[in-house]
Design a protein around this ligand. Structure first.
Ligand code: 13P
Length: 244
């Protein structure tokens, strides 16, 4: 019903040469994957990545997109620019962007609605910080971030949008949420989608990934959970064998 989706988030890693090398190794390793496979790469690697995965089952993703068509937004990239390079998926609202680059629920929503209108598929990141978790605010934060991201998103678009639940305290730390905890927290997010779009749409059409120190050791257990539809992989996506 919900096809698993495994996406690599390379973050600020890999030059053009490294992109060719990594994807050259990855292509045969995932050729028979049952899951949808995506690599989200830095802008400067998009062209090389597109060439390296041409004709394969790996799909191309970017790590951000601006909401304006074009104009005076130094350092930003538009949806049309990404589409022209063959990009299909785009990560939006990653916690690193919320934390270091002033991303808010409102700007996340602007990027999401623009991406969808242009035909890009957003991977929208939500997740609580350690402080929010310790203060019992997990549900409040996830409901706020999810509702914020989906404002003005119509039900017809639900097949084209993926959510990544990434507890901030688990990113790059080696600490993973337990599979049960990740599953139960993702159920909260799916419940929020159900309130907005109905139970059936939430169950059948919206894929929710887990992200945060997912690796070859814990992937199987996480993927076995009924609520978890895939992974958004950081560090482990930089090694072909680990990612595959
Ligand atoms: P790590 O897998 O390195 O913890 O990163 C997760 C992440 O932020 C993916 O977007």
């Amino acid at each position: 019903m919900r096809r698993p989706i495994i996406a690599g988030n390379w973050k600020m890693n890999n030059t053009k040469a490294q992109t060719y090398a990594l994807l050259g190794e990855l292509v045969p390793l995932v050729a028979d994957a049952e899951a949808e496979v995506v690599v989200c790469v830095p802008y400067t690697s998009i062209w090389a990545a597109g060439e390296a995965i041409k004709g394969t089952n790996i799909k191309l993703g970017a790590e951000n997109v601006h909401w304006a068509d074009k104009g005076a937004f130094t350092g930003e990239i538009s949806a049309d620019m990404l589409l022209e390079q063959g990009v299909e998926y785009v990560i939006i609202g990653h916690s690193e962007r919320r934390q270091y680059f002033g991303e808010t629920d409102e700007t996340v929503n602007k990027r999401v609605t623009t991406a969808l209108a242009k035909g890009l598929k957003p991977i929208v990141c939500v997740g609580e910080t350690l402080e929010e978790r310790e203060n019992g605010k997990v549900e409040e934060v996830l409901v706020r971030q999810t509702e914020g991201a989906f404002k003005d998103v119509v039900a017809a678009e639900l097949d084209n949008i993926v959510i990544a639940y990434e507890p901030v305290w688990a990113i790059g730390t080696g600490k993973t949420a337990t599979a049960q905890d990740a599953n139960d927290t993702i159920a909260i997010i799916r419940g929020t989608i159900a309130k907005l779009y109905g139970e059936k749409n939430a169950e059948e059409r919206v894929r929710i990934q887990y992200g945060g120190s997912m690796n070859p050791k814990n992937a199987k257990e996480l993927m076995a959970m009924p609520q978890i539809d895939g992974g958004l992989i950081g560090g482990a996506s930089l090694k072909a064998v680990d990612f595959s």
